[in-house]
Design a protein. Structure first.
Length: 291
């Protein structure tokens, strides 16, 4: 599912607190002055640029620290990710065909080594559940059309970041109420949305409960980011920079947490479950590794 949003549709969903933080503005008067200028720029951008969202809902279940996602058919990948996705081939009158019966893709998760020792797979039922995979991004022009003016380039980049996050907020609301439909009667104010008073969570790649940016390669395999113009760097970073990707989990008890530091034992276990060399994943997880 692909959605296209106009900037004015997303503007109410912008969390301005993060915008002020990026400018290091603490004085309320300065914040309001900065916001008024930003909103004027948004009005100028509205006719030229759009924001995009991509979402797909999958059947899944948990297996220990893995989320096992049901997919259809045979998928290939050119980034070295191991995928337990196998098409069954049959021969009919001498020709080979692909049987598109549902197969699975394992998405290993990391587990906290302290506190409650949580893992995102804990919020997925071991027998049967559903999970959402999403990405949002802005028009490329928002990141390249203002190179001649340093101030405007910074302002538009920060607004683009906020718009990508706002698109994720709006998409998640639509998914909860309509597409997935597990909260059809939800009526939350914008303040309640920003305070995450809704049912479920949408952990984003690179954030504390889903810190491994190499998982973007797995999400890309599932929903094909290029459909909304996102490409991945070798480090799993998304281009345009103003992009968000992640998961949607519906369990009412699900909540955000931080993985924190992990040890060599979990690094080796995680690498084995990902089917990747330890040293490859070490590069992605350096900030998490205990000294």
């Amino acid at each position: 599912m692909i959605r296209t949003y106009r900037i004015h549709d997303l503007q109410p969903y912008i969390n301005w607190a993060y915008f002020y933080h990026a400018w290091q503005l603490h004085d309320p008067v300065e914040q309001q002055k900065n916001r008024a200028e930003a909103e004027d720029i948004l009005r100028q951008l509205d006719a030229r640029y759009q924001v995009y969202a991509l979402f797909e809902l999958f059947d899944c279940h948990s297996h220990n620290d893995d989320i096992v996602i049901s997919v259809k058919g045979q998928r290939s990948t050119d980034n070295g990710q191991r995928s337990k996705v196998e098409g069954q081939r049959s021969t009919d009158k001498g020709s080979e065909s692909l049987d598109l019966r549902p197969q699975t893709l394992d998405m290993p998760m990391l587990r906290q080594q302290h506190g409650d020792c949580l893992c995102l797979s804990d919020f997925i039922h071991p027998d049967h559940d559903k999970i959402g995979v999403f990405a949002t991004s802005v028009d490329h022009g928002l990141e390249k059309d203002f190179d001649q003016d340093a101030y405007m380039k910074m302002m538009v980049q920060l607004l683009a970041d906020r718009l990508a996050e706002a698109a994720a907020e709006k998409l998640h609301e639509e998914v909860r109420r309509k597409d997935w439909g597990y909260a059809p009667d939800e009526q939350l104010t914008m303040e309640e949305l920003h305070a995450e008073k809704f049912q479920g969570i949408r952990p984003a790649v690179g954030y504390p409960s889903l810190p491994d940016t190499s998982l973007n390669f797995v999400l890309d395999e599932l929903i094909h980011f290029k459909q909304i113009g996102i490409r991945l760097t070798e480090s799993g970073a998304m281009k345009p920079h103003a992009s968000v990707s992640g998961l949607m989990i519906a369990l009412p008890e699900a909540h955000y947490f931080s993985i924190g530091k992990i040890g060599e034992d979990q690094l080796h276990d995680y690498a084995a479950r990902r089917g990747l060399p330890v040293e490859t994943l070490r590069k992605f997880l350096i900030p998490l590794l205990s000294p």
